[in-house]
Design a protein around this ligand. Structure first.
Ligand code: NAP
Length: 326
């Protein structure tokens, strides 16, 4: 038997309960894993709080990422004892996810823990780390130069925190945008040189403002992304990965046709394996010690219903690791 947070909908009534399940309840897959940790991401918050159409079929174990040790497998790619990470691929949405002591998955979804890292490090990064790294790769591919400022929106959240830390480590002049000005010191400790108020970015403005950002990582969408695009310098690149502020994009074509701005979409869930493995290796190389203590919290399965609302409301700072044994 193993413990799991189980989401269900019976007669239209939603529930999120910790239950004890038999291993025979696990869905099909060729690798069975003892999960060590999962982590709390925005999408998990939407699923657990029943605030977005994330879960495709019930009952569902949420958790879009996890790390654990292979217990049994009929795949030749892994053996019992291997330590593996899973992020995305519809896990926690269509397939049972990581908020449980056991999980079963397809071998082709799994990444081996990078050398020199451990399970806590893996979930301090999780889906947020992979996404932030993919955003940084997109800026590098766009030729973003270090002389110009690079903006990160939603900087106090999970993806934002890791994006600030990565860009600072790479020597960029990082500007962090936040709605929580009490996080100024925190964001500077991660490596941001300047902190701006998110209200200034999101307010209605002209289609083109003065050129400021050489690159930007946007986790917010909507009027914030529109404001980011208007302030991009010529030939700058924006990596758009999130919608914490809304999924609309009220903008014009001006930044694209008059300044050659590039808008690159980031989808970590279906990221091809070679790119995924390279991103994990680079994360381990750039942030081998993980995140500072202030950026990390740990919770148990029972804390998740409360924290789910908090993350969707933008009240969670940095990353939250889920200890599935707690
Ligand atoms: N494309 C992908 O592959 C991928 C992968 C992971 C996550 N995501 C998306 O990226 C976003 C961030 O994910 P996360 O896990 O980092 O979530 P998170 O920890 O909740 O961070 C989101 C941050 O956005 C800001 N924010 C929240 N509500 C806002 C609002 N109404 N208007 C403006 N800013 C707001 C807050 O930062 P401040 O308080 O600092 O302003 C918040 O901390 C989510 O939309 C998520 O779905 C996408």
């Amino acid at each position: 038997m193993f413990r799991a947070l189980l989401l269900d909908r019976q007669d239209g009534k939603f529930s999120a309960k910790i239950v004890s399940l038999d291993e025979s309840a696990l869905p099909e897959g060729d690798v069975t894993v003892a999960v060590a940790y999962s982590s709390l991401n925005y999408k998990d918050g939407l699923a657990i709080a029943d605030r977005g159409k994330i879960v495709r079929s019930f009952p569902m174990v949420p958790g879009v990422d996890w790390v654990g040790t292979v217990e049994s497998t009929n795949s030749t790619a892994f053996k019992p004892g291997d330590r593996v990470i899973l992020t995305g691929w519809g896990v926690g949405e269509t397939f049972w996810g990581g908020m449980a002591e056991k999980a079963r998955a397809k071998a082709e979804w799994l990444v081996k823990l990078p050398a020199g890292t451990d399970e806590k490090w893996a979930m301090s990064m999780g889906t947020a780390g992979l996404t932030a790294m993919m955003c940084v790769h997109a800026l590098e591919a766009g030729g973003v130069r270090r002389e110009r400022e690079v903006l990160v929106t939603g900087a106090g959240g999970g993806v934002g925190t890791i994006a600030v830390a990565l860009l600072a480590k790479l020597g960029h002049k990082v500007v962090a945008s936040t709605g929580r000005r009490e996080l100024d010191g925190y964001l500077k400790s991660l490596g941001a040189q300047t902190v701006v108020d998110r209200a200034d970015l999101a307010k209605p403005g002209r289609p083109l403002e003065s050129e400021r950002w050489g690159g930007a990582i946007d986790t917010v969408g909507s009027t914030t992304l529109a404001g980011v695009l208007a302030g991009m310098a010529r030939r700058g690149t924006v990596a758009a990965c999130g919608l914490a502020g809304g999924h609309d994009l009220p903008t014009t074509v001006m930044p694209f046709i008059l300044r050659g701005v590039r808008l690159v979409g980031i989808d970590s869930s279906q990221c091809p394996m070679a790119e995924r493995e390279a991103a994990w290796r680079k994360l381990a190389a750039l942030l081998p010690d993980g995140l500072p203590g202030e950026a990390l919290s740990t919770c148990g399965l029972g804390d998740l219903p409360r924290l789910a609302d908090a993350i969707v409301d933008g009240k969670v700072k940095g990353r939250t690791i889920v200890d599935v044994k707690r």
